[in-house]
Design a protein around this ligand. Sequence first.
Ligand code: ZN
Ligand code: FE
Length: 258
Amino acid sequence: MPHAPLEIVTVPCLQDNYAFLLHDPGSGETALVDAPEAAPIAQVLKARGWGLDHIWLTHHHWDHVDGLEVLRGAFGAAVLGAAQDAARLPALDHALKGGGQFVFAGQPVHVLDVPGHTIGHIAFHLPQSAAVFTADSLMAMGCGRLFEGSPEQMWESLQNLMALPPETMVYSGHEYTASNCKFALTIDPHNRDLISRVGQVTENRRNGVPTVPSLLGQELLTNPFLRPDAPQIKAALGMEDATALEVFTQIRARKDKF
Ligand code: ZN
Ligand code: FE
């Protein structure tokens, strides 16, 4: 019997980070994806009367782990993260391998290796909740900066995420969408889906509404980092004969200077 989708709460943290709480009303179990800072997360848990059973880490950067020890101490949560990065993550209770899976609240959680932003970056896909937690790999209208990995690695990571069902919601780690929109328009200026999404994003940000999560199907139509094969993008960059990887590499390089 497939379980009901989990309840997912977005928790704004720090300047522009997002953490996410996943709650199963049936069993009462709760998991957290990333711990940028403890206070806002503890506040949501307290307000809802939830405990905290699991903390899942996507990657080692401070703005995704700094709140971890306080939350672990207060709630006794088990910490899960990439085995590959165990040496530079906070102490893990369960070390996860990319391509593996575990069960949370009766639902399978698939662990995807998504290197590029960092080498050990992982994503969590919950098919029964139509949700993927991508942090700084695939982002709304963008992708993470390549601090450690190569363009080849990031492009492969993105292709693996692109293969998930288009109705999947993408829970990424930062509110960068407005600036990503401005950049996307320089790469794909005639894309009607993009233009209308930029309108929505502008409206949402004006009202203080998060633009995360976003629908994977919409990312496929509007995120330039997922579209290095689109003829209109190749033409705009004067790269008609280039491979998708070459175009992706060029788009990423331009974004770094944007
Ligand atoms: Zn990061
Ligand atoms: Fe980050």
